[in-house]
Ligand binder design. Sequence first.
Ligand code: SF4
Length: 554
Amino acid sequence: MQILEHFEISAKPETIRVSALHALAYCPRLFYLEEVEELYTQDAAVFAGRRLHAELEKQEDEEWEELFLESEELGLRGRLDALRTRDGQTIPYEHKRGRAHRDENNQPQAWESDRLQILAYAYLLESAHGITVKEGRIRYHADNVVVHVPLDEAGRLKVKQAIQQARILRQSTYRPPVIDNERLCTRCSLAPVCLPEEARLAHNREWQPIRLFPEDDERQVIHILEPGTSVGRTGEQIKITRRNQPVETVPARQIGQIVLHSFSQISTQALHFCAAQDIGVHFISGGGRYLGSFDTRSGSIQRRIRQYAALSNPDACLELARKLVICRGQGQRKFLMRGTRSKAKTEKLEKAIAQMKAVLKQVPQAKSLESLLGYEGNLAALYFGALPDLISPEVPQELHFAGRNRRPPLDRFNAMLGFGYALLLKDVMNAILTVGLEPALGFYHQPRSQAAPLALDLLEIFRVPLVDMTVTASVNRGQWDTKADFEIRGKQVWLSELGRRKFVELYESRKQESWKHPVTGYSLTYRRLFELEVRLLEKEWSGEGGLFGQLILR
Ligand code: SF4
């Protein structure tokens, strides 16, 4: 009986927020991203709007009355900005920070989305309180005008149609396309996650996108390298307590990630706080192996359903895997070519560069993941075979590279590569979790170890620019102390705590370097590029593909 009651309650369709109808009238895709995919950004305009309402609450006279309304019959709910009585009529008010729309006679009018919103509030008021509401009013604060919007049968029909459209979209796994009016996108708070300009570029390769992607992330990545350190929360700050050192506090808004290396602790309160503040939390072992990330599984299931549907198709996986192998191979080859600019080309380098070109030509014809693995193996063998020729002869012999080895690393160069790839895997996971994709479902790597296949896939396109180049350049610049920066245990070679600290600094500063994306044409840091590539990957199965995996070194 109880179960039945529960079922009846939960079977009722949830009412729609009036503010969601406002988003729907602005752009159906905006409605979908907010209401279905649960994506929100707190941009400056949103904060300014909130501030306006907070100030109004303080300033308004006794007529101010914020009112929550819900009508199951109509299927709407919402919070009115203000309700006033004028000449015996009850009138809902909506406050807007910006200016009113001007018609051809320069008369102030409501914007379409604002019009639908105030009509919806007026109709909701009628439905919830059983009264007649003749109009709603919108006050535009920037030009200090009040626009009257009458509620008539046409207005009520419009609201009902919008509710119906919202219900249909809420049930759909299909993300609506970007709107034609690109001017609306420049003012849209979700442009950084919607990437409308990149979607237009995907459909029209002549399009020159403007960058609506978020500014470069200035927030810190805090690496806790000292064993025995504990991380906690105090108020709105993260508190770091290291052994024999003064306690450090950092405001949460300044932190993008916390990376716990070795045996350090983080409190449950701090974890909850980090989840609420979108601060990534990652774990790396004392030996420099990526262990995992704190995954709160936030965001809607629709994104993952689309990912499952797309990556269950072997042809789609093969196509993406080809792009990945080409992207990585081209990056490796370009790096070898770059290395020859300042030095005389060695025969080995020239040969590898030419052979890699020949292999890369064959990759588009690969008919299976297995044959791709073969091509990838050939490219890797050629690349790593020639990489030692990029190391300057002045570099001490202990730091030279004599071929790839891993788990455990057997020389200093491989110890650095291994630690670098672990940091990279952590950053790729951070981007996947930020975008809300399923890390366990990839298109190339097969699930066989604890590492998430999608993260391993994406790792491939960043290895050369973020790690291989950082290691090679720092070795050639003589930045490593062969004794203090490494620990030798039998045949195994690891970075010491000092070495790891040095590597983290080099790696983080490499991530801050700006770089011009070859497809979108705008500049961004490598740090932002992680997120952009994951979003471009998602576009591959959202009808806006063709831009992913084009990372080519210049
Ligand atoms: S950026 Fe443009 S297309 Fe995307 S949700 Fe906003 S208004 Fe719609």
